[in-house]
Write a new protein. Structure first.
Lengths: 111, 115
């Protein structure tokens, strides 16, 4: 079993839809939870991060962590074609900065 | 504007060749990382460096080595390239500070093909 599981998609939605992206994990020691966005032919960039359980909102994006279920989500409201990208969840292995990434979910938002 | 640059966007090498991938960051970051990205497998850590001349193995170090002689530069070396090392290679850097350590800045990647 992989430490972090993420459905690779692809996921295709119409413009304006609410998008839900999810990851599950097995290691209860994970404390920091990140979402990275990767546009085609570019490196990933950090979108949001949360510490421990709870929600965090940034504009149209909401990150949610449920440590009891070992489940994290990223919600995108009013999705736009510019949101089309691969979204990768990531979690910290330790305090030293190493991350473990999910496989990434490819999202396409159609106009 | 923060920048991580990689020496090549595309590279084609022959089996058995020694391959050097170079990464340079201009943010004075302590940590630097090399990943490979493959469909269905996501990003996997090859090596990590938290200071000049310091290195630590990641999840898949076999067949690779690294060098960090200067803070801004981190090199990945394929001693004898093999076809199963055909992949996208991504370099990243981050601060060591506990509040910023999880924000990794990535380069654009090098797509390496070994024939």
């Amino acid at each position: 079993q992989k430490e972090v599981e993420q459905d690779p998609g692809p996921l295709s939605v119409p413009e304006g839809a609410i998008v839900s992206l999810n990851c599950t994990y097995s290691n209860s020691a994970f404390q920091y939870f990140m979402w990275y966005r990767q546009y085609s032919r570019k490196g990933p960039e950090l979108l949001m991060y949360t510490y421990s359980s709870g929600n965090k909102e940034d504009g149209r994006f909401t990150a949610q962590v449920d440590k009891s279920s070992k489940y994290i989500s990223l919600f995108i409201r009013d999705s736009q074609p510019s949101d089309s990208a691969t979204y990768l969840c990531a979690m910290n292995r330790n305090q030293g900065g190493k991350l473990i990434f999910g496989q990434g979910t490819e999202l396409s938002v159609k106009p | 504007d923060v920048k991580v640059t990689q020496s090549s966007r595309y590279l084609v090498k022959r089996t058995g060749e020694k391959v050097f991938l170079e990464c340079v960051q201009d943010m004075d970051h302590e940590n630097m990382f090399w990943y490979r990205q493959d469909p269905g497998l996501g990003l996997r850590l090859i090596y990590f460096s938290y200071d000049v001349k310091m290195k630590e193995k990641g999840d898949i170090p076999e067949g690779y080595s690294v060098s960090r002689e200067k803070k801004e530069r981190f090199s990945l070396i394929l001693e004898s390239a093999s076809t199963n090392q055909t992949s996208m290679y991504l370099c990243a850097s981050s601060l060591r500070d506990v509040l910023a350590v999880y924000e990794q800045y990535f380069g654009p990647g090098t797509r390496l093909t070994v024939t």
